[in-house]
Design a protein around this ligand. Structure first.
Ligand code: NAD
Ligand code: UDP
Length: 330
């Protein structure tokens, strides 16, 4: 691409929570953005503000393919895959194929266009980790036959494909291992802990804690994550040097699910009761990213404190709940 030319970026999964924020950030940088999505878990509302944006196009398609032949890009972000456990387990075969066949299709597109490719991988590749915090060198502890395997093993296979394409010189790839991320545009019904707890607190309904609530996660705010993804895509390897391996992106501040619930209760002032429900099978006990590689390679670290991010998320969900918002859109 020559200097001054508009960059064409394909965002697969661009109608989802993270993908739609990424589309916004890329457009703000001046790129032409094509969002490819099957609207399995993504929402048209997430893109409605872009309806009149001349540098934005929407292609409704499934990455399992075949992909529309007209697609061209200088850079391909692959975020296509349901991320919430209940949603990705609803059709596990489709989740696995999205990760394997879908990633292959997009890698082949990147190869054909000479585009750089960024894969949205996940901390789930570490499974229920025996090493803590998790650094990229840790190979993980994943149950290959459990209900989360369609996602965890699918994402592991997708990483393998990415590095095979890179080794063969077929595409320049970047792999981000994304840890739990939250913020506006999460679906209220997606079953993840932040969306569940915030919507339950706002509705005055029982707040569901799975297990005893001692399991930990590390929550990163969406805008920090999008910045990390864009920096990783832009990262140039040293001349003749090896391509970067996978890079953890997440917030190293770790807290238990019970502590997260306490924060949301305090910030919303809800009178909701907290109720315990069975812990889902293979639910990881703890998770915290070691982000030294991202810091060294990209100069990146999350900047948004949990309280700030939770306040913005709560405000967004509160706005979504207003009765006039629930009316069908014209
Ligand atoms: P999301 O469910 O909101 O977004 C996923 C998007 O991909 C949706 O718009 C969905 O419709 C689309 N999609 C799914 N399967 C598709 C297919 N076969 N063809 C075309 N489109 C398809 O989830 P999210 O939280 O925005 O996550 C985005 C990506 O980041 C996912 O790949 C996910 O695995 C990864 N990730 C997210 C988190 C997180 O905490 N949010 C953590 C780790 C990894
Ligand atoms: N969780 C919970 N209550 C809920 C939803 C989730 O206690 O209403 C727990 C879940 O069991 C897990 C943690 O919160 O231990 C994070 O769950 P999430 O689905 O958000 O992400 P993941 O398990 O993929 O990290």
């Amino acid at each position: 691409m020559k200097n001054g030319e508009t960059r064409h970026v394909l965002v697969a999964g661009g109608a989802g929570f993270l993908g739609s924020h990424l589309c916004d950030a890329l457009l703000a940088e001046g790129a032409h953005v094509v969002c490819l999505d099957n609207f399995g878990t993504g929402r048209r509302e997430n893109l409605r503000h872009l309806a009149r944006e001349p540098r934005f196009d929407l292609v409704e398609a499934d990455v399992i393919g075949p992909l529309p032949t007209r697609l061209r890009a200088d850079a391909v972000f692959n975020l296509a895959c349901a991320a919430s456990p209940p949603l990705y387990q609803a059709d596990p075969e489709h989740t696995m194929l999205t990760n394997v066949v879908g990633t292959r299709n997009l890698l082949r597109l990147a190869e054909a266009c000479g585009a750089r490719f960024l894969q949205a991988s996940t901390s789930e590749v570490y499974g229920d980790p025996e090493s803590h915090p998790q650094a990229e060198g840790y190979w993980g502890n994943v149950n290959p036959t459990g209900p989360r395997a369609c996602y965890d093993e699918g994402k592991r296979a997708a990483e393998a494909l990415c590095f095979d394409f890179a080794r063969a010189g077929r595409a320049e790839v970047r792999v981000a291992r994304i840890f739990n991320t939250y913020g506006p545009r999460m679906r209220a019904d997606d079953g993840r802990v932040v969306s569940n707890v915030v919507t339950q607190a706002l509705a005055g309904e029982d707040i569901t804690v799975y297990g005893d609530g001692c399991q930990t996660r590390s929550f990163c705010y969406a805008s920090d994550m999008v910045e990390g993804l864009m920096r990783l895509m832009a990262h140039e390897r040293a001349r003749g040097g090896p391509p970067p391996g996978p890079v953890n992106l997440g917030n190293p501040v770790e807290l238990s699910v019970a502590e997260l619930v306490e924060r949301v209760v305090a910030l919303t002032g809800t009178r909701s009761a907290v109720v315990n429900r069975p812990l889902p099978e293979d639910d990881p006990r703890r998770r915290r990213p070691d982000i030294s590689r991202a810091a060294a390679l990209l100069g990146w670290a999350p900047r948004t404190p949990l309280e700030t991010g939770l306040r913005a998320t709560i405000a967004w969900f509160a706005e979504e709940r207003r009765p006039e918002r629930a009316a069908p859109l014209p």
